[in-house]
Design a protein around this ligand. Structure first.
Ligand code: ZN
Length: 97
């Protein structure tokens, strides 16, 4: 039985905890898929490893404020930019770059 394929922890969205049916990341290899529940794209929005935890945190806040609806189209572009900026700010406390 292929337990690893249906592992609910490995297949859960790190932002909204939805079960994805795929692993967002396998090691350092991103799926390039989009979570249908919150709209984050693995390998794009969370591409920078040092910002990943902050990106997930900021995206979750935005998603909760959006009544837990996924970001699509224009809203996705806006929230992508906002989350990237917020993640850089929050990690700027311990990084000079
Ligand atoms: Zn999600």
């Amino acid at each position: 039985m292929p337990d690893s394929v249906s592992d609910p922890v490995a297949n859960a969205c790190p932002v909204c905890e939805a079960l994805l049916g795929f692993e967002p990341w396998k090691g350092e290899s991103a799926s390039d898929e989009i979570c249908p529940s919150c709209g984050i794209q693995f390998g794009y929005n969370d591409a920078r490893r040092e910002l990943r935890a902050a990106v997930y945190d900021e995206w979750r806040k935005a998603w909760l404020a959006n009544d837990r609806k996924p970001f699509l189209g224009e809203a996705w572009r806006r929230v992508s930019a906002e989350v990237a900026a917020a993640a850089r700010r929050s990690s700027g406390r311990n990084r000079a770059t």
